[in-house]
Design a protein around this ligand. Structure first.
Ligand code: KIV
Ligand code: ZN
Length: 513
């Protein structure tokens, strides 16, 4: 039996260029460098650090990254304009492995409406761009922007000219996310068999996610022979974003036998890199985001939990540890079943008879009316017959902006029903609000994630806040809903605080047998 070695797919990360240029994802210079270090640790092959001629700040960020990162190729973007290309060369001067990435639009729509150029002019610019870049560096990538809407024979002509001029990587962007997986695979097959000199270059795919097909299209491109994929962490990028690296990497790993391909990534660092990006940009991924979302390895439904307890492969296609999670979570919530509660209780060291277990399930479900999930600690208290107090509740809150600082005043009722009023300041309303809650309750914690969403429209509109904090190594989550997102945030914060306070109360000694 012959076993073929998997094809090595190069991971070209463009979080700092295509990702950073999209609304809401702007980063400062120090943040870009910190993120580039995380990408280096993750093991990406190429970091596209920016577009040096777009601003002095971008130039200097690319320059610093080029100086500091030694284990990856550092790419910088340029239009086929001499000034852009020379700026790349300057910014990449100290890079260990520099790459200049030149691009020009090739599709009829872009030629006519964006560039006002004929085919011949586009061809001439492409050749000039690649040749000029080659005067500076040996590693030159050429991108035919809007390639997937370009006439095939013209695309072949431009790519052949780019190879002749010295390009070493040919990138095929699906700039507007229009292609289907079938289109992509066929296009790569076609290009590899029609472009003269194809065997001397690496073909690359750069897929946008306008139809939610970015990852599927990149994988189809690999099936068609692409050996580099361009992607971003958390899938950030222009409009709907780019193909998400974490999804691509895990598809190639989990379905390695199907694709016959692998990456050089240390996938156990994917979650940490995703979280770093969220912290830097303040943009959280949605809970159900593949690989890195909070729910990606959480199982709440009774049937699924039952299956997981019998054999985890029933509902998990990869190990959470392979992407950086500590473990999967069997969340005890409204939809959990008897098997999961029984298993948890057994693991906590209790032996319950059927009637006791039935009662515990009723009590645990009742608890999910007021809190999102039931923790082990909650179960212990229920088993031991301890009543759940009301905890801290919001009675009123006021927020004001004075002299450049935000002020929050909260009125709370404490677990015994007494009213407590506290005020605090912060740089923004959320910071002020959480500080006032912390002063009032005497509870402090650092948030790991904080998300707010609005639900519904008009008079029915409501805000939902979800936050999480790591307390003594355990992830504690809180949830709140209200007409007002700040009030929802306060309720979610108190949800966490009430848990922390319960944790601090010693459990009674009684053991149920
Ligand atoms: O989407 C695109 O076409 C691009 C190119 C500059 C590669 O980002
Ligand atoms: Zn792009």
């Amino acid at each position: 039996m012959t076993v073929s070695t998997p094809a090595r797919i190069r991971i070209f990360d463009t979080t700092l260029r295509d990702g950073e240029q999209s609304p809401g994802f702007t980063m400062g210079a120090a943040q870009k460098v910190a993120f580039a270090r995380a990408l280096e640790e993750l093991g990406v092959d190429v970091i596209e650090a920016g577009f040096p001629n777009s601003s002095p700040a971008d130039y200097s960020a690319v320059q610093t990254i080029a100086r500091e990162i030694r284990a990856c190729t550092i790419a910088a973007l340029a239009r086929c304009h001499p000034a852009d290309i020379d700026a790349c060369a300057g910014a990449l001067q100290h890079a260990h492995a520099p790459r200049i990435h030149v691009f020009i639009s090739t599709s009829p729509l872009h030629r006519q409406h964006k560039l006002g150029m004929s085919r011949a002019q586009v061809l001439e610019h492409a050749v000039m761009g690649v040749s000029r870049a080659r005067l500076h560096v040996d590693d030159v990538e050429f991108s035919a922007e809007d390639a997937t809407r370009t006439e095939r024979e013209f695309l072949v002509e431009v790519f052949e000219a780019a190879i002749e001029a010295g390009a070493t990587t040919l990138n095929v962007p699906d700039t507007v996310g229009y292609a289907t997986p079938g289109d992509m695979r066929a296009l790569f097959d076609y290009l590899r068999s029609h472009v003269r000199g194809a065997e001397r270059v690496v073909f690359s795919a750069h897929c946008h996610d306008d139809l939610g097909l970015g990852v599927a299209n990149s994988l189809a491109a690999i099936e068609g022979g692409a050996r580099q994929v361009e992607c971003t962490i958390n899938g950030i990028g222009e409009r709907a974003g780019n193909a998400a690296m974490e999804e691509l990497a895990m598809a190639l790993k989990v379905r390695g036998a199907y694709y016959g391909a692998d990456t050089g990534l240390d996938t156990r660092k994917l979650l940490a890199t995703s979280r770093l990006l969220s912290r830097i940009t303040g943009m959280q991924v949605q809970r159900n985001k593949a690989i890195v979302g909070l729910n990606a390895f959480a199982h709440e439904s009774g049937i699924h939990q039952h299956g997981m307890l019998k054999h985890r492969d029933t509902y998990e296609i990869m190990r959470p540890q392979d992407v950086g999670w500590e473990d999967s979570q069997l969340v005890l919530g409204r939809h959990s079943g008897r098997a999961a509660v029984a298993d948890r209780v057994r693991r906590l060291g209790y032996v319950l008879d059927d009637a006791q277990l039935d009662q515990l399930i009723v009590d645990a479900k009742a608890l999910t009316q007021t809190q999102h999930v039931v923790t082990d600690r909650d179960l212990q208290r229920l088993v031991e017959g301890e009543a759940f107090g009301q905890g801290w509740r919001i009675a009123g809150m006021r927020l004001a902006d004075e002299g450049g600082a935000a002020h929050a005043r909260v009125e709370l009722s404490d677990p015994s029903g007494r009213h407590v009023t506290q005020g605090a300041e912060g740089e923004g309303p959320v910071e002020a609000l959480f500080a006032a809650l912390s002063h009032a309750t005497g509870v402090g914690f650092v948030l790991e994630t904080y998300e707010v969403h609005s639900m519904g429209m008009g008079a029915d509109a409501r805000g939902e806040a979800n936050l999480s904090a790591r307390i003594d190594g355990e992830l504690v989550t809180g949830q709140g809903t209200s007409r007002d997102v700040l009030q929802a945030s306060a309720i979610a914060w108190l949800d966490v605080a009430n848990r922390v306070l319960r944790e601090r109360q010693p459990l009674r000694e009684a053991v149920v047998a």
